[in-house]
Design a protein around this ligand. Structure first.
Ligand code: ADP
Ligand code: MG
Length: 326
């Protein structure tokens, strides 16, 4: 034991992380300097990293289980939006000395649960102490057939803009977590908070989008900001029909109580897939979606920029951009 009351980092790795690597011989039991993996013939490796920091991406008193799942899932969401099948991940755990062993055990156990859900294995990482806030950085690796990764830059005029699932729940869930939206029913409040804490990456749908979508992105900064990312790199414009943006029952209840549509489409953390595809793709898309909602919310046009209209057809200006750290 160290003065912090925690085992040293090698004991921590053996206790917490080696069990998460046991099904991946590539990880060499987390006993070597590095992992070594083969890329299957005809495949390409797709890699992404997202870090989360206490007080920025999660509330310091959020449960360790939801922090672990959010950390893994936000990365799997990036792979899903690229059409990649997730396989491995690496984890940097930068721990304040105030963290307890029981917190870490619960964190690792939740990662283990999600590994089974999504078919991924831990293959490496780093473990250090910090005087600062709990910081967790995860790198996820997945595979696509060569040349098949979905990109942001493929949107074409005439494409339909689609989005999976529902939009706005997470930003409302954050408000609930901070003690807001008290007028909603307990069931709606809990549903929203769950969407903020533990996103549902659209992993199997993402892989099914290969060959159907022209451009794709996962919604992390907010629907409007993420659509703008596609428009910018694809060098096109879009029209967004706000009345068609899919909302959950809880989201609709919040709207009825004064939450604004602008807030729902500019808040982040949805982790849905926003993509463009030819209008004729709508039918095959619904087949591969296997019950996941896929909604047409707009159209790609020549030019640049985003226009939006509300249910009455009146133009709406969406001045607010998505979440920015700086
Ligand atoms: P080195 O000093 O050679 O960089 P480390 O002591 O940092 O090695 O790590 C030893 C092994 O444990 C490596 O295989 C590394 O990938 C793994 N490891 C360290 N921390 C983690 C972690 N948080 N999650 C997964 N693997 C880890
Ligand atoms: Mg090393």
């Amino acid at each position: 034991m160290t003065p912090s009351g925690l085992p040293n980092e090698f004991e921590l790795i053996a206790r917490l992380f080696a069990p998460l690597a046991k099904d991946a011989p590539e990880a060499l039991g987390l006993l070597d300097d590095a992992a070594c993996l083969a890329v299957p013939a005809g495949a390409e490796l797709v890699i992404t990293k997202d870090a989360i920091v206490a007080g920025v991406h999660f509330l310091p008193d959020d449960p360790p289980e939801s922090i672990a799942k959010k950390l893994l899932r936000v990365n799997l969401s990036d792979l899903a939006a690229k059409g990649a099948v997730p396989a491995y991940y690496l984890l940097a755990a930068i721990l304040p000395k105030t963290v307890t062993l029981s917190w870490l055990d619960a964190f690792a156990a939740a990662l283990g649960d999600d590994q089974k859900t999504f078919g991924v294995s831990l293959i490496g990482g780093d473990t250090t102490a910090t005087e600062g806030p709990l910081t967790l950085s995860l790198t996820a690796l997945g595979f696509v057939p060569r040349g098949a990764m979905l990109r942001r830059d493929g949107a074409r005029p005439g494409d339909t803009v689609f989005v999976t699932g529902t939009i706005g729940d997470a930003v409302l869930g954050l408000e609930v977590s901070k003690g807001g939206l008290t007028g909603l029913s307990p069931a709606h409040r809990e549903a929203l908070r769950a969407r903020y804490r533990v996103p549902e990456p659209r992993v199997s749908f993402g892989a099914a989008l290969r060959g159907l979508a022209h451009a794709a992105i996962d919604v992390s900064d907010g629907l409007v900001a993420d659509l703008a990312h596609i428009l910018e790199v694809s060098k096109v414009g879009a029209h967004l029909d706000l009345a068609r943006v899919p909302l959950s029952d809880a989201g609709r209840a919040a709207l009825a109580q004064g939450a604004t549509m602008e807030r729902l489409v500019t808040g982040g953390d949805d982790y849905e897939i926003l993509f463009t595809a030819p209008p004729l793709a709508a039918t095959p898309l619904r087949t591969v979606a296997k019950g996941l909602a896929v909604t047409e919310i707009g159209t790609i046009v020549a030019g640049s920029g985003l226009t939006a209209t509300d249910a009455s057809g009146s133009p709406v200006s969406l001045a607010k951009t998505g979440f920015r750290h700086f």
